[in-house]
Design a protein around this ligand. Structure first.
Ligand code: GUN
Ligand code: ZN
Length: 490
């Protein structure tokens, strides 16, 4: 495996990494602002001031236009754009997906990207849209595979080569495609043709596409989510193991008068106040921003600030082991994102493999938290507790508990664990005093499992009067169930 990508910190499937390119090292996760070589709303040389470390542009647009092509061949890509940091170039595949054809071959566009000194070169893959018949997805995948194999032979040396993962909305094709590319050893793995899913808010399926692709790739390979530029979904994608995003959104949204925040988008026309403190929003009122002659440029700048603010927050959350708390918060911005969150946790068994065994305090943020990888891990490790004699399961200390040879704390969403582990992660979790139904379901079913695993022990379960759950009846069959207000020991 290459040393192109180094992982420094991890949380859930997310990571902070360093990606080595010919024009410098990039810290991930990050967003690559899309530079349109024809129209520049914000000059590339200003991009660093927003937090950008790497840009992306389209080599096909440059190739097609003689003036641009000549400058690029003469002064190089970095000379053309006036940016001396890393630049990724796309191949024209996106145009291919929109217009049905492009006037360039895979070999031509690869050679061109190589010549102009691109840092990350993208072959002419075929972005197969969602929902196509399986036959079409397979046929296009075979062509993409051929082109990527050809690219791998052609591009050697310092420049990184991207290996886009396609396969439409067929998780098994995505996984197969990814594991084939893994063998070819690319520098970066973009997940392709996901734009239509994001445009229609199909976040649950997006989660499945990302998870399937990631399962086929090496866990230490850098992954780019092609065409993802809205900060409200970054945390979710990072938690699944995406490292790079690209944003045309900052400029496209500005063109439509849309104001990006990590919690969703506002239409500038409808904004009475600016809910942001970036240099633009600090300098202008909503009215001034609407009326400014360069309103579009200012809005584009705000959109970039909002985009990179979210990236920094994600990185800080990874450092603190709080990424999933951020994901759960962000996914409440839109009901379809909430579907994405729920789908994320259907992959908890897989996520659990990457999640650090110990990290910052677990915060219960709502019913979805009951399905977090940490909760799942606890459920799988119940065999490790060996309990004998009279055992007391309770939420808080009660009178007379010293009579029991073993005391277990009942804490939803986990279940019952030995009191000695109270301060240990994840049992140090911050949870609401009154658990919701999902937390109780998980905790009670884990408790039942624990009771069944220890037939020699004699369990007493002290239940809070607020607890109301059908599984309590099952507990009653296996243990002495007493409500706290009826507890009279001591
Ligand atoms: N831009 C957005 N989606 C894609 C994709 O699937 N492939 C390429 N090459 N570029 C894209
Ligand atoms: Zn702002």
């Amino acid at each position: 495996m290459s040393s192109i990508f180094e992982i420094l910190d991890k949380d859930a499937g997310g990571r902070i990494g360093k990606l080595k390119t010919p024009h410098g090292i990039v810290e991930t996760p990050t967003v690559m602002p899309v530079i349109n070589p024809n129209i520049q709303l914000i000059p590339p040389e200003e991009m660093r001031s927003f937090g950008a470390e790497i840009l992306i542009t389209n080599s096909y647009i440059i190739y097609r236009k003689e003036e641009l092509r000549n400058v690029a061949l003469e002064k190089g890509l970095h000379g053309l754009l006036g940016f001396d940091g890393p630049i990724m170039t796309d191949s024209g595949s996106f145009q291919l997906s929109i217009y049905g054809s492009v006037e360039v071959t895979n070999e031509e566009i690869l050679g061109f990207q190589q010549k102009i000194g691109s840092d990350i070169i993208v072959p002419l893959d075929i972005p197969t849209p969602p929902d196509v018949p399986r036959r079409r997805a397979e046929e296009e995948l075979a062509i993409t595979a051929e082109r990527l194999e050809a690219a791998r032979k052609l591009i050697q040396g310092e420049q990184l080569l991207a290996g886009p993962v396609q396969g439409s909305t067929y998780p098994d094709l995505r996984e197969k495609a990814a594991s084939h590319l893994k063998e070819l050893d690319f520098g970066v793995y973009p997940l392709g043709a996901v734009v239509p899913l994001m445009e229609t808010y199909r976040y649950a399926e997006l989660v499945d596409v990302i998870a399937a692709s990631k399962k086929g790739l090496s866990p230490v390979a850098p992954v780019h989510l092609f065409g993802a530029g809205h900060p409200m979904m970054f945390a979710l994608a990072v938690a699944l193991g995406c490292d790079l995003f690209d944003s045309a959104a900052y400029a496209l949204y500005a063109k439509d008068g849309r104001y990006i925040t990590a919690n969703g988008t506002y239409h500038l026309d409808k904004l009475n106040y600016l809910p942001c403190s970036c240099p633009i929003c600090s300098k202008y009122t909503a009215e001034e921003l609407k009326k400014a002659k360069n309103s579009q440029e200012l809005l584009g700048k705000h959109n970039l600030y909002a985009t990179f603010e979210e990236i920094r927050l994600i990185k800080q959350s990874i450092k603190e082991g709080k990424l999933l708390e951020l994901v759960e918060k962000r996914c409440r911005a839109h009901p379809k994102l909430l579907d994405g969150l729920k789908r994320l946790y259907t992959h908890s068994t897989w996520l659990e493999k990457f999640d650090p065994a110990s990290k910052g305090t677990f915060f219960y943020c709502g019913p979805e938290s009951a399905s977090r990888p940490e909760v799942l891990r606890f459920g799988k490790r119940l065999e490790r507790f060996s309990i004998e004699g009279p055992a007391l399961i309770r939420t808080r200390p009660v009178k007379g508990e010293k009579e029991y040879s073993q005391i277990l704390i009942f804490k939803p969403p986990f279940g019952a664990y030995p009191v000695e582990m109270e301060e240990v992660y994840p049992f140090s979790a911050e949870v609401p005093k009154i658990p919701d139904y999902e937390a109780l379901s998980t905790a009670l079913s884990n408790t039942l499992k624990l009771i069944d695993l220890n037939p020699e022990a004699k369990f007493t379960f002290i239940c809070e009067p607020e607890f109301d759950h059908p599984l309590l009846e099952k507990i009653r069959k296996r243990a002495e169930l007493v409500y706290r207000d009826e507890w009279k020991k001591g």
